[in-house]
Write a protein that binds this ligand. Structure first.
Ligand SMILES: Cc1cc2nc3c(=O)[nH]c(=O)nc-3n(C[C@H](O)[C@H](O)[C@H](O)COP(=O)(O)O)c2cc1C
Length: 181
């Protein structure tokens, strides 16, 4: 068990946002594996309030990349080889819980977990990934025929990293954010 734990921590250390992908296309099976990991994420009442769109055809990938170009810093998106878009679906909670809570109460956290699993599986597959925060949601909806009212969980850009140097993580100090009682 300890061995598994240390492997997982190493995977967490190796996952980093990748802002520049090589010309190498991403294999369909690797994208399937990434979605499979997301699908296995935990969720409140096991409601699984998500669905996944895998964008792999180069023409459409290019068009989705254009939708993320509002920020100059995201110009590297042009090199993206695939996207996984996670959509928020209606969460059906058990009747006992839904008496107390709005059914979407847990959904954001659930989508965050699914997003993390997708990105970590991408790392395990040797792929780079980056979650994109700013994009033209309306244009992506039109392009991919997503109902306009649909909430997005995440837009994840994927490809083989141009540069595979693992950067030192910039994180708050452990002792500043943890309290053992
Ligand atoms: C919700 C969200 C939105 C993000 N949006 C962008 C983005 O638009 N462009 C980008 O280059 N990185 C984006 N990132 C990546 C973060 O900048 C990155 O996760 C953070 O700096 C930590 O670095 P690391 O992922 O390399 O560990 C986003 C991350 C999250 C979780």
């Amino acid at each position: 068990m300890e061995e598994y734990m240390s492997d997982f921590l190493n995977l967490c250390k190796m996952r980093q946002s990748c802002r520049g992908f090589s010309e190498q296309p991403v294999e369909h099976d690797k994208l399937v594996q990434c979605v499979e990991a997301g699908r296995l994420a935990h969720s409140g009442c096991n409601a699984q309030p998500w669905s996944f769109i895998v964008v792999e055809s180069p023409d459409i990938v290019g068009q989705v990349a254009q939708c993320g170009q509002q920020l100059k810093q995201n110009a590297w998106l042009e090199t993206t080889k695939a996207f996984i878009i996670i959509l928020e679906e209606h969460a059906v909670l058990s009747p006992v819980i839904s008496c107390f809570l709005d059914s979407q109460y847990y959904a954001k956290g659930d989508l965050g977990a699914a997003t993390a699993y997708v990105c970590l599986e991408a790392t395990a597959q040797g792929l780079g990934s980056t979650i994109i925060g700013l994009y033209d949601r309306k244009k992506i909806c039109e392009l991919l025929q997503i109902p306009i009212e649909k909430q997005f969980g995440a837009v994840i850009a994927l490809g083989y990293p141009l540069n595979d140097t693992i950067r030192t993580k910039k994180r708050k100090a452990f002792e500043d954010i943890v309290r053992f009682v």
